[in-house]
Write a protein that binds this ligand. Sequence first.
Ligand SMILES: [Zn+2]
Ligand SMILES: [Zn+2]
Length: 262
Amino acid sequence: MLRFKNLGSGSAGNATVVEARCGAQVSRLLIDCGLSVKELSKRLAQADLTLEDLDAVFVTHEHADHIGHTQQLAKRTALPVWMSRGTALASGVLEWGLPSDKLLLVKDGQTLTLGSLQLQPFTVPHDAREPLQLRCSDGASSLGVLTDLGHGSDHVVQALQACQALLLECNHDSELLAQSAYPPFLKKRIAGPLGHLSNSESAQLASALNHSGLNLLVAAHLSERNNRPDMAQSVLSLALGCGIDDIPVADPLEGTPWYTVQ
Ligand SMILES: [Zn+2]
Ligand SMILES: [Zn+2]
């Protein structure tokens, strides 16, 4: 069985737990550690988990809302840290003093195994050195985790074919961003091809990834200033032909409940 729970989503800090169970074997991956260890422990406790229940942390890229507290977590728990070489170089992880067997450099196109979890990292268009997002599977079902990208490239669409569930960035509404008090350079960066997905770009991507077996799409990484949950839900539900209430939105601070991928 494959399930996941987002623990927080957006510029205040990202973290998602993905869990696969196969018989007595339970494997859990933490994707990103943008939360302090104290806050992470608190949110894990709400999910009846502790830091000791995690088996590895995968860092998608070097932006602070994703890598933020990974060093502190790795020192405290000795959890293996997985990331691309580019993320390692950009974040200075090689100077963290991790034992060599605790740092795994991974790349696009690999298939990684963490107990009963299979992971396929793939590159995304985003203004980081070598950002990777993930397809996660227990061998039966697949979850696509996809935040922080400026547009839905063919490569992304290819990597996430036939997933049963998606955690998909829905960063901003283009009008709200254009009218916001953000400085022009920041608006340009966010809306650009290496920035973040607008609601309509996210909906376009959702349409491209839609198939009869797609049972769940969770909107994630919403801008608190330049988006609203109902706006994201409305555009995505239209794209998938479902009801607004069928699109859960990951709360910036609370994340989501557990969702089983099936
Ligand atoms: Zn981010
Ligand atoms: Zn980013």
